[in-house]
Design a protein around this ligand. Structure first.
Ligand SMILES: *[C@@H]1O[C@H](CO)[C@@H](O)[C@H](O)[C@H]1NC(C)=O
Length: 159
């Protein structure tokens, strides 16, 4: 192989190494800072969280059938909703800005089992300007005791 080829090859390898190191670079140690925005205290089990477009953290509890919303700036946590006939809330998914879905069911933290037929899907509509979301049941799952999460496959086609 001639010198010119060797030079070209070495330049290609340098470029490849450069682009690899560029795309796979890891953040420098200490560049991510974590801080506690809210302490739920002992015995409270937050299960799933999702970010709202206003920056608040929306989530559900397993230890009580409640939906909470935390303002990470003021550290305020408010209970947005309590499901009267359930024991816990699982999973959150958003299909369009501020339109969320969650499953509430009767789940025992003691046995880690859900009551068959108790899992229902709820729509949580935060789109109105009023503070309180509109919450309605959209589906029963007669064979399900609980759900381990929810995800949006396609905002128009569903969950
Ligand atoms: C779920 O739990 C609630 C609260 O304890 C109760 O009122 C309701 O009847 C239960 N539902 C089922 C299907 O077990």
């Amino acid at each position: 192989m001639g010198t010119a080829w060797m030079f070209l090859l070495s330049q290609i390898l340098v470029l490849a190494a450069y682009s690899l190191s560029d795309s796979y670079s890891t953040p420098a140690a200490g560049s991510t800072q974590e801080r506690i925005i809210y302490d739920f205290g002992k015995g409270i089990w937050p299960e799933n969280i999702i970010l709202r477009h206003n920056g608040n953290v929306l989530g559900g509890l397993l230890s009580t059938p409640q939906i909470f919303e935390i303002d990470p700036i003021t550290h305020e946590c408010k209970i947005t909703h309590t499901f009267e006939d359930k024991t816990g809330v699982f999973g959150f998914a958003e299909t369009e800005p501020d339109l969320f879905y969650a499953v509430a069911s009767n789940f025992s933290l003691g046995t880690f089992e859900g009551v068959e037929g108790s899992a229902d899907l709820y729509e949580l509509d935060f789109r109105s300007l009023s503070q309180d979301p509109k919450i309605r049941k959209v589906m029963d799952f007669p064979a399900a005791g609980w759900f381990n999460g929810l995800a949006t496959l396609d905002g128009e086609k569903g969950l």
